[in-house]
Design a protein around this ligand. Structure first.
Ligand SMILES: [Ca+2]
Ligand SMILES: [Ca+2]
Length: 170
C-alpha cells in the first residue's frame, strides 16, 4: 500500500514529467501581432512597449501586449516582437531560453534569442530557464524520459514487494 506521501510524490513527478515533455502549445487563432502600439508596423518601439508591460506598465499597449496569446504579459512577448521586427517567421512558436543582463528585463528573463540579443543580453541556450536570478538548464526530453522510466520501475517494484510482504507484517 502506498503512503499518502508516496502518492503525492508520484503525482508531482508525473506532472513535472508531462510538463517537461509536452511541446509548447500552438494557440489556435492567435494573430501573433507584434504591432502593439498599432503604429508604423513592428519595430523597436513595440519591443520597448512590450518590455515595459512585462515589467508591469502596460499603459502603452494599444493592441494586446500578450502577443503570443498565452495569457501572460512577459519577456517572451518582448522576444516575439523582436523576432518579428527582424523579419523572423513563426515567432510565436520559437524556442525560448534564459537571458541575463538585457536592458529593461529582470536580471534573468526567459525570452527568445532575438529579444535577448536586441537588448544586449546574454542568451544561455534554448534549454535553459530562470530560477530567480540564476540560469538553470532543463534536461533534454530523452533524459526526462529515462528519469520517468526509472522512477516508474522503482515505484512498481516497491508496490510489488510491499504487496508480497504484507501478510507477514503487522
Ligand atoms: Ca508599432
Ligand atoms: Ca504572452
Amino acid at each position: 500500500m502506498l503512503t499518502q506521501l508516496n502518492k503525492r510524490s508520484i503525482v508531482v513527478i508525473a506532472v513535472l514529467t508531462v510538463g517537461a515533455l509536452a511541446p509548447r502549445a500552438v494557440i489556435a487563432g492567435c494573430p501573433c501581432n507584434g504591432d502593439v502600439n498599432n503604429v508604423s508596423g513592428i519595430n523597436a518601439i513595440d519591443v520597448a512597449i512590450a518590455n515595459d508591460c512585462a515589467a508591469g506598465d502596460c499603459s502603452q499597449c494599444v493592441n494586446d501586449c500578450d502577443v503570443n496569446c498565452d495569457g501572460a504579459n512577459d519577456f517572451i512577448d518582448t522576444g516575439v516582437i523582436a523576432c518579428e521586427a527582424q523579419g523572423g517567421a513563426d515567432c510565436c512558436n520559437r524556442p525560448t531560453g534564459a537571458c541575463t543582463g538585457a536592458m529593461g528585463m529582470t536580471p534573468c528573463a526567459v525570452t527568445l534569442v532575438e529579444g535577448c540579443d536586441l537588448l544586449n543580453g546574454t542568451y544561455h541556450g534554448d534549454a535553459t530557464i530562470c530560477d530567480g536570478d540564476n540560469v538553470i538548464a532543463i534536461p533534454a526530453a530523452s533524459e526526462w524520459g529515462l528519469v520517468a522510466l526509472a522512477l516508474a520501475i522503482l515505484v512498481s517494484a516497491t508496490v510489488l514487494i510491499r504487496a508480497r510482504r504484507r501478510p507477514c507484517t503487522d
